[in-house]
Ligand binder design. Structure first.
Ligand SMILES: *Cc1c(COP(=O)(O)O)cnc(C)c1O
Length: 374
């Protein structure tokens, strides 16, 4: 049982969802889905209704990310985790290099290490709360970067590695970054993500912004005689995406909420506008942590602190588990740290859908709870 601390309603945020994925879904998007449901849910994904939503998502993302000439928006089922299998099957030719600095970035490295048709990957690690830098090397044909390491709250710039050979590809896991952090997509060949983080939708899909070089690689590797399961074949995903379809049945709800969120971002002013909302939330959260006597930002270097997922250490006099339990009992959910990090920490999503004022309300609630726990 959490201690019976009732946070005064005047302190509470307007919405208590601060989880890093699945994350807050805007109630307006749910209402729009409910209104559209009779003509949309329960209809064929091979027909105009659903295909127009997929077409809209592809166009909307092209415009949100100002896609360079020749880049394509490709999508399929399976989430970002499935895209690692797709990349190991269709994008890595012989050898990849991975920056490993938390749970998610290390998982893709493990996928590549387990693939019997690939050479052992090169893995450059750094301690949780920091990020390593890629090293351009002969023989590496794909560099795996992570724009935002969701488990630790570290963000890194997306820049092609210096000294990389001209044929190599850059694949960026942008699952929790895409839509909330600024990016120059021309610095990547595959900028991939899932819709349950900044895109405030539900899980189950992967989306990738692919360069002509990535598409060419998928075609060459796919035609090389390597066995690729059909659900992981990037060529199949590309062919279907060009028709505004997916190879097999997608979750129509996920597509609808994603389309609605892209529209919301574009109507607000685009990627820069969406990122500015996260900037404002981050400025508040880290500013609060710097000034609170019992809290401090986990990530030491200010320019590596993520503006979409903040991690705040609490000192030993405050039990973060207890704080999270009290918050949860008051309707503020999913502020727990990433379990495997095992830190006395709060983790706070600051995706664009989350109101910056709600992040301010959250820290006031934490202050209120901590004062009463001690
Ligand atoms: C959430 C997350 C994933 C996993 O996404 P799924 O859609 O659940 O497969 C991968 N990478 C990062 C950086 C994430 O934040």
């Amino acid at each position: 049982m959490p201690p019976a601390i009732r946070i005064p309603p005047s302190l509470l945020p307007s919405d208590g969802h601060f989880g890093s994925g699945p994350s807050k879904v805007r109630p307006e998007a749910v209402a729009a889905l409910a209104a559209a449901a009779p003509g949309y849910l329960g209809t064929s994904h091979r027909r105009e209704g659903v295909r127009s939503v997929v077409g809209w998502i592809r166009e909307g993302l092209s415009s949100l990310f100002s896609l360079p000439d020749g880049y394509e928006v490709v999508l399929a089922n399976g989430g970002a985790t499935a895209f690692w299998d797709v990349a190991a099957s269709c994008l890595i030719e012989h050898k990849s290099q991975h920056l490993s600095f938390g749970e998610f970035s290390s998982r893709f490295a493990s996928v590549a290490a387990a693939a019997p048709h690939l050479q052992d990957p090169e893995v450059i690690e750094s301690a949780p709360g920091t990020h390593p830098s890629p090293l351009g090397k002969a023989g590496v044909d794909l560099y795996a970067l992570t724009h935002n390491e969701t488990s630790t709250g570290v963000a890194m710039p997306v820049i092609r590695p210096e000294g990389a050979d001209g044929e190599s590809l850059v694949a960026v896991d942008a699952t929790s970054a895409a839509g909330g952090l600024r990016v120059d997509v021309s610095q990547a060949d595959a900028y991939y993500f899932a819709p349950q983080k900044c895109f405030a939708s539900d899980g189950g899909l992967w989306l990738a912004l692919l360069s002509p070089a990535a598409i060419e690689r998928a075609e060459r590797v796919g035609g090389s005689g390597r066995w690729v399961p059909a659900t992981l074949d990037l060529r199949t995903a590309i062919t279907n995406s060009r028709l505004d379809q997916t190879y097999n049945t997608p979750a129509l709800t996920t597509l609808y909420l994603l389309a609605d969120q892209i529209q919301w971002m574009l109507a607000g002013g685009g990627l820069d506008w969406a990122a500015s909302r996260s900037d404002r939330s981050a400025e508040h959260l880290y500013g609060w942590a710097d000034s609170a006597s019992y809290a401090s930002p986990f990530v030491a270097k200010p320019d590596e602190r993520s503006h979409v997922v903040g991690t705040i250490d609490l000192d030993a006099s405050v039990d973060s588990e207890q704080v999270c339990r009290v918050l949860r009992a008051n309707g503020i959910v999913d502020t727990e740290p990433y379990r495997k990090l095992r830190r006395n920490q709060l983790r706070v999503a600051m995706f664009p859908a989350i109101e910056p004022d709600d992040v301010a309300a959250l820290t006031a609630c934490v202050d209120h709870v901590v004062e009463r726990l001690s």
